[in-house]
Design a binder for this molecule. Structure first.
Ligand code: URA
Ligand code: SF4
Length: 205
């Protein structure tokens, strides 16, 4: 099963790397399709590649990535067992926010990745990712602070998936208060994934 998912993900990555569907292709060094376990139970979705990600072609390898690695440790998970990607796969110039057109153009790849991996849990890192995922179920997000740490059941292509929105690691880097909220959300992730299947979900939903 993982072999066929792996092949699908590789095909998506190949398409991403030659994609010209939005203007971000003009300024990228490398597209960043995402990486991890094709059979991951947990998928993490950030916003967009930054400087280091654009150079290396890999997601979350800069300082936000270091914090993400620390958070995964709190959840007793490794980068190898999850799948990490972003809402847009190419770096916006000067790390500006991706715009609606770019997000819309790139959504096709994100949805294809979710469909291939069929994760049990999607952790949305930050406002953009949360908006896109909850938007699939017609839910509006006006403030990430209001929705973070709260589980939502979503249908993606008829597959049920639990969405856990949290803050973007870059936002928590230099703010201890936000960092402790991020930690709390990763502890919740750890609670959910302990055991062979997600435990105690009904308690939370
Ligand atoms: N920030 C993101 O949203 N994604 C990355 O890959 C790196 C930093
Ligand atoms: Fe294509 Fe997405 Fe890159 Fe835009 S950001 S060029 S849609 S891969």
């Amino acid at each position: 099963m993982c072999e066929s998912r792996k092949a699908v993900l590789e095909a998506i990555a190949k398409e991403v790397m030659s994609c010209t569907k939005c203007q971000l292709h003009k300024t990228r060094t490398n597209a960043v399709p995402g990486e991890g376990n094709p059979c991951a139970r947990v998928m993490l979705i950030g916003e967009a590649p930054g400087y280091n990600e654009d150079i290396q072609g890999r997601p979350f390898v800069g300082s936000a990535g270091n914090l993400l690695n620390q958070m995964l440790k709190i959840a007793n998970m490794s980068r190898e067992e999850v799948f990490i990607t972003n809402v847009v796969k190419c770096r916006p110039p000067n790390n500006r926010d991706p715009n609606d057109e770019e997000i819309e153009a790139c959504k096709y790849f994100l949805l294809a990745q979710i469909k291939a991996i069929k994760p049990e849990i999607i952790m949305c890192l930050g406002r953009h990712s949360t908006k896109v995922l909850l938007g699939l179920s017609g839910l509006n997000v006006d403030s990430i602070m209001r929705v973070r740490g709260e589980l939502k059941k979503l249908l993606v292509d008829e597959n049920e998936v639990i969405c856990l929105p949290t803050l973007h690691p870059a936002a928590a880097l230099y703010n201890p208060r936000l960092k402790s909220l991020l930690e709390a959300d990763f502890r919740l992730l750890s609670t959910l994934t302990t055991g062979t299947r997600i435990s105690g979900l009904d308690r939370w939903l």
